[in-house]
Design a binder for this molecule. Structure first.
Ligand SMILES: Cc1cc2nc3c(=O)[nH]c(=O)nc-3n(C[C@H](O)[C@H](O)[C@H](O)COP(=O)(O)O)c2cc1C
Length: 302
């Protein structure tokens, strides 16, 4: 979970409990720092996630010492020598990742939280991909995983592992802002939108806040003008230096036409609660507690 929602505390706790914890931060320095901090907490394997629209060469150099590198949202291509997974939202993308030498693919269903790559429910897409790629090629399933029964269903369908985001957003170790957690615990439904698309014009699943109330009238994707501006300005916004991006995020209000993809972290600006993306998957309706990550790994393991 990017934007610093999943850092060393959560990744190490998940790995230490027998899962594979994933660090998701931007920038080579932050990747190296979080990986070193997680290594100090656990001797178990750790993953680093890299968002391809933002990645630069030195991010891969920093991530190369992780046990697993997971890439998302872009042309799958091997960039590190170790174990490499690519998260996919369609059969075509899974075929490309397989052909590019990915060691496994994560099949992401449309019910997932955060950025949503495809339009098909996880189980349906999983069956389609499993039927098309060579037998024995490892597939993981993401989207809709919040209980042991969900994991058992994924494994029963042939997945080698289940991937959970939203459930761990509501762990003690996630870096979600306390008010963001409170809203997640109260949420019953999610929205699939393109509203928070400055720098990354793409579909994402969130819960409602003042920004979505302000902008999402007729079209859940957001007004056409906002989406056009996001598309046109993406290459420029993406290369705005980190410090200026932070200032942009702090200045953001629910009525801003350009809304960045940053979510509210416990050390980030408070205005992102109502002016930022409150990412969540459909499972949010079934989650009513914040628990230690180790307890969650145990509760999810069949
Ligand atoms: C808050 C949040 C942030 C996310 N950020 C990323 C990310 O940076 N990179 C990525 O590959 N996937 C990201 N995802 C998507 C997850 O990899 C995964 O597909 C999703 O969490 C699975 O669905 P679930 O949320 O229902 O468990 C994010 C998901 C959430 C909930």
């Amino acid at each position: 979970m990017g934007g610093g929602l999943s850092r060393h505390e959560l990744a190490a706790a998940v790995s230490e409990a027998g899962g594979l914890g994933t660090i998701a931060v931007g920038g080579a320095v932050a990747i190296a720092r979080e990986l070193a901090a997680a290594r100090a907490l656990t001797g178990q394997p750790l993953a680093v996630n890299i968002l391809l629209p933002f990645a630069r060469r030195d991010w891969f150099e920093a991530a190369a010492s992780a046990d697993v590198v997971v890439t998302f949202w872009g042309k799958p291509r091997r960039r590190t020598p170790g174990v490499w997974l690519h998260q996919c939202g369609s059969l075509a993308e899974a075929r490309t990742a397989h052909a590019a030498g990915a060691d496994a693919v994560i099949v992401q269903g449309v019910e997932a939280g955060g950025h949503v790559r495809g339009v098909t429910p996880a189980m349906e897409l999983f069956e389609r991909i499993a039927g098309a790629l060579p037998g024995g090629y490892p597939l993981l399933l993401a989207g809709g995983i919040a209980t042991r029964e969900d994991v058992a269903r994924a494994l029963g369908a042939g997945a080698v592992a289940a991937v959970a985001g939203t459930r761990f957003l509501l762990s003690e170790e996630s870096r979600a802002h306390p008010e963001y957690r409170k809203r997640l615990l109260a949420a019953e439904r999610t929205l699939l939108t393109e509203l928070f698309g400055a720098g990354w014009p793409a579909s994402h699943r969130v819960i409602a806040n003042a920004a979505t109330e302000h902008w999402l009238g007729r079209d859940p994707r957001g007004p056409r003008l906002n989406r056009t501006l996001n598309r046109l300005l993406a290459p420029a916004v993406r290369y705005v230096p980190a410090g200026m991006q932070g200032r942009m995020a702090r200045a953001q209000t629910p009525g801003s036409r350009l809304l960045t993809p940053l979510g509210p972290t416990d050390d980030g600006p408070d205005n992102l609660i109502d002016a930022g993306a409150l990412y969540a998957g459909e499972t949010v309706a079934r989650i009513d507690s914040v628990r230690p990550a180790a307890e969650l790994v145990g509760a999810l393991t069949p």
